[in-house]
Unconditional design. Structure first.
Length: 302
């Protein structure tokens, strides 16, 4: 016990300071020499305990690899911004059609107007009162699964409703309970997301612009050429009406950036494929257009 008491009473701060002072006095060559001496001194002990501790170390490494895999899976899910944005557009369209104003808040709103922020859910402020709880639940219907045991009571008591939609995205709906909330919603306005900024802020996000980007196909070409994570598809446009500059892009510096699409059944396969043959793309470009580019853009396992 006396030895333990003496160890506890040592001023470890002074010892660490003295060790730091001595280390600073060493030249790089002396430091390397001391390290090799310690390594040589401990090598027999390492070898003696190799068999004893190998299974434990391998088990720890296996667990570490498993945890890293779970972390990567969670990260991939968190970074699926397409689902978040699609969820916002779908729900706000439903609210608008019902005559219910709403405004996007939280991480997505911050990313649109300021510094990007990692987020895994959608936050909406909705211009409804707590007595409108049943109306909100009826509007959401079976497409949204409440996370509360009693969603009606949660809205009436707390003015909030947490749900999951069919894409698996969590959406937090907050009712406008104060004059400030109402003023914030009234001030809200619809904006177009700056795709250039989104592509820069979220380089892991795969973005496919539909319908050739028409009538802004020149801007779409510029974005697809600039960003490795941006592609363009040809949905709802027949090949014979592709703009000449778009066809040039497909054949030359954008041959890896355009994905074939029809918007079926709006356009039938037979007609579109026959007109693709008339574009004179060449076998390599045609293969990329009809297959390879979509595999890369959507990260398909084929």
């Amino acid at each position: 016990m006396s030895n333990l008491r003496r160890i506890r009473e040592v001023n470890w701060a002074e010892i660490e300071a003295e060790e730091a002072r001595l280390l600073r006095q060493l030249t790089p060559q002396e430091g390397i020499r001391h390290f090799l001496e310690v390594q040589a001194m401990l090598e027999p002990q390492y070898r003696a305990t190799e068999t004893l501790f190998r299974p434990q170390r391998e088990a720890h490494l296996t667990e570490l690899q498993s945890r890293l895999a779970r972390f990567q899976a969670a990260r991939d899910k968190a970074m699926d911004m397409n689902k978040l944005i699609e969820s916002v557009l779908d729900l706000q369209k439903r609210l608008d059609e019902a005559g219910i104003p709403s405004v996007l808040i939280g991480g997505l709103a911050v990313s649109a107007w300021g510094e990007p922020r990692g987020t895994r859910d959608v936050d909406l402020k909705v211009l409804l009162k707590r007595e409108d709880a049943q109306r909100l639940l009826d509007l959401l219907g079976a497409d949204f699964v409440p996370l509360h045991a009693d969603p009606l009571q949660a809205i009436r008591r707390n003015g909030v409703l947490f749900v999951h939609n069919q894409l698996g995205v969590r959406i937090d709906l907050l009712l406008a309970d104060t004059d400030f909330d109402e003023a914030a919603i009234r001030r809200g306005r619809s904006i177009e997301l700056d795709l250039d900024r989104v592509a820069l802020d979220f380089p892991e996000l795969r973005i496919v612009g539909g319908h050739l980007g028409w009538p802004w196909h020149d801007e779409a070409i510029a974005l697809a050429w600039k960003h490795a994570n941006v592609w363009i598809d040809t949905s709802a446009h027949v090949p014979k009406h592709y703009p000449p500059e778009f066809v040039h892009f497909m054949k030359t510096f954008g041959k890896d950036k355009v994905c074939f699409a029809t918007d079926y059944p709006l356009l039938q396969w037979e007609r579109v494929l026959a007109e693709v043959d008339g574009l004179d793309l060449g076998p390599e470009v045609k293969q990329r257009f009809l297959h390879d580019n979509a595999v890369r853009a959507f990260n398909l396992k084929v």
